[in-house]
Design a protein around this ligand. Structure first.
Ligand SMILES: C[S@@+](CC[C@H](N)C(=O)[O-])C[C@H]1O[C@@H](n2cnc3c(N)ncnc32)[C@H](O)[C@@H]1O
Length: 322
């Protein structure tokens, strides 16, 4: 596979049709397509808000609320880095001083390297498949990923590769993976929100709230690819078993976000269905503060009484046996 991080142009309708039968090609097309607007779409930033969010995910996974685990780690690798959201923010939080970002999508690797350069971080990048990591055995002290496992067809192979490139005793942390049940209610609520918003904005009085048809068509093409790039959803116990079978030790899956996800998915879908200039700073603050309140409720109340499989996000950690 090429290691040249040159982005591809937008996908054509023919490429989209071909990618329906090839999950990896679909991932490259879809994420190359998304790379330029990805940070805006997912409200990704490289300031205190996302630094805290990324560090909290890592610590939640390793159950390290005191914050001392083994920070700072030595060399770190990210799989499926996207624009660099997870590792670059973890580096800013002090996880490590030296990072390597990898992704199947050249457009994403280029975006992550640009972000790293703007932040003044020591990061190198390669276009790489997580099932075939282009680094030597025992290179890294920590391997991380966010929202990537559910895109990888052969997870057994990917976990074996992670363990191979980790030093003995090294740790992996993957966060932001959809649970089986969480994915069902998120898709249902998102789908209903999309239908309701696009129907209501056909009314003459609400025409100004309707996105141009070309943009709605592009969203539909993106949704068709999205259905191909999302390969897995996870039952927490099955995910633990998968990592153990690949040879990992100290494996643990925790989950988070129940009511926060039930709010978050309709909000994100609504934001995608209307013109961006209709929703100002007030809306963004309302959505963010509501999400924070519901996340608190999920973490401090519901996590004590609701089974872990019901929450939307799964986080997994484990180590390479020493
Ligand atoms: C949902 S995005 C998440 C990006 C980023 N980690 C984040 O949280 O913002 C998933 C990323 O995984 C990448 N990806 C998909 N399949 C992959 C594979 N087999 N190997 C490496 N990366 C992959 C995609 O190209 C995409 O950039």
């Amino acid at each position: 596979m090429s290691t040249d991080p040159t982005p591809r142009p937008h996908a054509t309708a023919e490429e989209v049709a071909a990618a329906r039968h090839d999950r990896k090609l679909a991932n490259v097309l879809y994420h190359d397509w998304e790379a330029a607007s990805y940070d805006d779409k997912w409200s990704i930033s490289y300031d205190e808000r996302c630094i805290t969010y990324a560090a909290d995910r890592f610590r939640h996974a390793v159950d390290d609320h005191g914050g001392d685990d083994r920070w700072p780690y030595g060399r770190a690798l990210e799989l499926g880095c996207g624009t660099g959201f997870f590792l670059l923010n973890l580096m800013q939080a002090g996880l490590t001083a030296r990072g390597s970002v990898t992704d199947l999508s050249p457009g994403m690797v280029a975006a992550a390297l640009r972000n790293a350069e703007n932040l003044g971080l020591d990061v190198d990048g390669r276009v790489a498949d997580a099932e075939q990591i282009p680094y030597d055995d025992a290179t890294f002290d920590v391997v991380v990923g966010h929202a990537v496992l559910h895109h990888i067809p052969d997870l057994d192979r990917a976990f074996r590769e992670v363990l191979r490139v980790l030093k003995p005793g090294g740790r992996f942390v993957f966060a932001g993976e959809p649970t089986r049940l969480g994915d069902r209610y998120a898709r249902l609520l998102g789908g209903l929100t999309w239908k309701a918003t696009t129907a209501v904005t056909r009314l003459p009085a609400l025409r100004g709230w309707r996105r141009p048809q070309t943009e709605l068509d592009e969203s539909s093409r993106a949704a068709a690819l999205e259905a191909v790039v999302d390969v897995h959803t996870f039952d927490p116990a099955e995910l633990e078993a998968l990592a153990r079978a690949a040879g990992a030790a100290d494996v643990r899956v925790v989950t988070e976000e129940l009511t926060a996800a039930m709010l978050g998915w309709p909000v994100r879908t609504f934001e995608a269905a209307v013109p961006p200039d209709k929703l100002g700073f007030g809306w963004a603050m309302f959505a963010y503060r509501s999400w924070l309140r519901l996340s608190w409720l999920d973490e401090h109340v519901l996590a004590r009484v609701v089974p872990r499989a019901w929450f939307y996000n799964a986080l997994i950690t484990g180590t390479r046996p020493a």
